[in-house]
Design a protein around this ligand. Sequence first.
Ligand SMILES: [Cu+2]
Length: 135
Amino acid sequence: MRPTVLGVLVAATLALGACASGSSPSARPAATAPGVDATPPVTAITIATDPGTELRFDPGEVTVQPGIRIQVTFENRSELPHDLTFGAPINVASSPVVAPGTSETLEFVAPEPGTYAFACTIHPGMGGTLIVAAS
Ligand SMILES: [Cu+2]
């Protein structure tokens, strides 16, 4: 009689354990804060500067999808120092001075659909537009 009761208890414990571990994967996404997906799809884009001495980005307009992780490679192809700065709500920037012929990679998650400016803070008027639009 006793061994049978013990056997039932062990079986019940095992069943509970299996149940708990079985529900673990589905519980994991709920533990992640909304909008903070650890592995959203990645879109890689390149924003370069004019290869000469013109104070402009190439391209001056970039379109991406909302909620996508964006990897921006900023290539300073010109003979002048530049930087690449995204204002609020993105708030991501390269080093204050990206030397001619060098590049840096920035990363952020594209905000909600809209139009967002980026700029070179070294050269007033040198800027571009990031368009976030659902496709
Ligand atoms: Cu500049």
